[in-house]
Design a protein around this ligand. Structure first.
Ligand code: WAQ
Ligand code: MG
Length: 266
């Protein structure tokens, strides 16, 4: 029998400001080590040290686990963040997201999507046609949660990313998150860039084209960033979408293809 798995989640803040959040799915024997790694990361974060740290763990009923695959990865070279944002708009429109919805989501990420023009803890849920924001709380947003790689998929992913110089935690975690988002009924695409001031890259993920990296989506030093999940009615109710996104356990046991940088980049 497989050992019981736990969903382990960390969230940290300072004076009410979101610093970082991360999570793992691990067997009991690895909980202490994984918890320590998450706490250390919250303390040494580029957004500044956390003052309030929350760590929680919860046993998973094995009968509820679903398995999945990472999206394929490609990098699209762009000269600067303005070119990156133009490219992101084009990719989302090509994926069928309405122009108005794309423009609204981009404008919100540029301005800082939470009240006060800062980063949210989670993502915006954006109607793919009207562009309306559907998440109840504009500071929390919706969280993709309860997903991780199996140990062997993690090893394979690190090896494949390493070959193209992309084996860093931002890429690994964003890929796992995008896999959960793309597996969620009702969600058609995602737009993301980091809220970490030293990480300017981001991506567009779509069911048809996978994970398309854009090396520049914001200037270095910028703390405003975030995520937009584009939702279309007719596939699942909002409630079904949210429940899957936040509660369904997804263990990723298959890694997609990872393309190297195109020659133009050099
Ligand atoms: N669910 C929903 N939204 C989240 C989650 C989550 N589990 N975690 C973070 N967010 C939102 C939140 O608003 C953050 O402010 C924002 O996303 C950015 O999070 O290929 O590092 O962890 O080179 O700073 C993408 C590019 C890196 C990687 C993204 O995001 C690559 C990144 P961060
Ligand atoms: Mg961050």
């Amino acid at each position: 029998m497989n050992p019981t798995l736990y969903s382990l989640r960390m969230h940290s803040t300072r004076e009410g400001k979101h610093i970082s959040g991360a999570e793992r799915i691990v067997p009991a024997a690895e909980l202490a080590r994984a918890g320590r790694a998450l706490l250390q990361r919250a303390l040494g974060h580029p957004r500044g040290p956390a003052a309030e740290l929350r760590l929680s763990a919860e046993a998973i009923d094995p009968a509820t686990i679903r398995y999945g695959r990472l999206p394929d990865v490609r990098t699209l070279p762009v000269a600067d963040y303005l070119a990156g944002r133009r490219q992101a708009v084009e990719l989302l429109v090509r994926a069928g997201v309405g122009r108005q919805a794309v423009d609204r989501a981009l404008a919100a990420l540029v301005a800082g999507p939470a009240p006060g023009g800062v980063a949210m803890r989670g993502a915006m849920l954006v109607d793919a046609d009207s562009g309306a924001r559907l998440e109840a709380d504009h500071a929390r947003g919706v969280r993709a949660s309860r997903m991780d790689l199996t140990r062997s998929a993690d090893r394979l992913l690190r090896r494949r990313l390493g070959r193209v110089g992309l084996n860093n935690p931002h890429v690994r975690e964003a890929l796992v998150l995008a896999a959960k988002v793309l597996a969620t009924p009702g969600i058609v695409a995602e737009l993301c860039w980091s809220d970490d001031p030293d990480y300017p890259a981001g991506y567009v993920a779509t069911v048809a084209d996978g994970y398309l990296r854009l090396p520049h989506l914001k200037p270095i030093g910028e703390e405003r960033g975030g995520r937009a999940f584009f939702w279309r009615s007719g596939v699942a109710s909002l409630e079904e979408t949210m429940t899957f996104l936040e509660r369904q356990v997804l263990l990723i046991d298959q890694v997609g293809t990872i393309a190297g940088l195109p020659v133009q980049e050099f």
